[in-house]
Design a protein around this ligand. Structure first.
Ligand code: C5P
Length: 221
């Protein structure tokens, strides 16, 4: 039985992976499926929250009873998050945000020319949305949750990232052989800025989502 412990709360969840266009038909992207973010949105709604789901390129159907905002790029994701955050009790950044985007966008399709080398792709940095909203704290008492995928030194790297980003909780996924993007399952440890460390055993993404909301609900007070 799900506890209605998020009634009266507005939560914002980001899901999926941003795509950074090169021209009208091509982009730089990543393999995020959006499944973890959607599991977070569904479980928050089941616990009584008003949910705004900001999704990037998942192709997944809208969960029932959730407001869905569709965006494509990291810059659009930032705009949508900054618009929604001032009214949110909790922001969970589950989306995989591209760290870089192509400096130039070609309005026409880039063509190959016989006997010519391809033009190099020059990248520029995208804004770090999680760090920005963690520094802003537009709403007092707001909780901010980040995600991180690490391959080694999971705890040490996770702790350093939590401090660098300035969020309250960081869900650290160990990425490895069976724990790949797009799978139905996940294994993680949730690190708290208060020093807490909550391991979540290998299992469905819904179970990890419920653990995140347990930790959030107990801290919202
Ligand atoms: O630095 P790293 O990409 O590992 O951090 C991952 C976390 O930061 C995720 O919560 C992701 O949504 C967020 N992020 C962000 N803006 C970026 C890059 C990552 O908000 N440009």
């Amino acid at each position: 039985v799900t506890e209605p412990d998020l009634v009266g709360r507005h939560v914002v969840v980001t899901a999926g992976g941003t795509r950074e266009p090169l021209d009208p038909v091509r982009f730089l992207g990543n393999r995020s499926s959006g499944k973890q973010g959607y599991a977070l949105a569904r479980t928050a709604a089941a616990r009584g929250a008003r949910v705004t789901l900001i999704e990037a390129n998942t192709g997944l159907p809208d969960p029932a009873g959730v407001d869905v905002v569709r965006i494509g790029t990291a810059v659009q994701l930032r705009e949508a998050v900054l618009k929604a955050a001032p009214d949110a009790d909790v922001v969970v950044m589950a989306a995989a945000v591209a760290d870089f985007r192509p400096e130039n966008y070609a309005t026409g399709k880039i063509k190959k020319k016989d006997g010519q080398e391809p033009e190099p792709i020059v990248l520029v940095r995208n804004p770090d949305i999680l760090a920005e909203i963690s520094a802003d704290r537009s709403r007092p008492g707001q909780m901010i949750v980040g995600f991180a995928a690490e391959t080694d030194d999971v705890l040490a790297n996770g702790r350093a990232k939590l401090a660098r980003k300035g969020c309250d909780l960081l869900v650290v996924n160990e990425v490895g052989e069976r724990k790949t993007f797009g799978s139905e399952e996940n294994e993680a440890v949730v690190l708290g800025a208060d020093g807490s460390e909550t391991p979540v055993p290998y299992g469905p993404k819904e179970a990890l989502a419920e653990t995140v909301w347990d930790l959030v609900a107990s801290r919202l007070g």
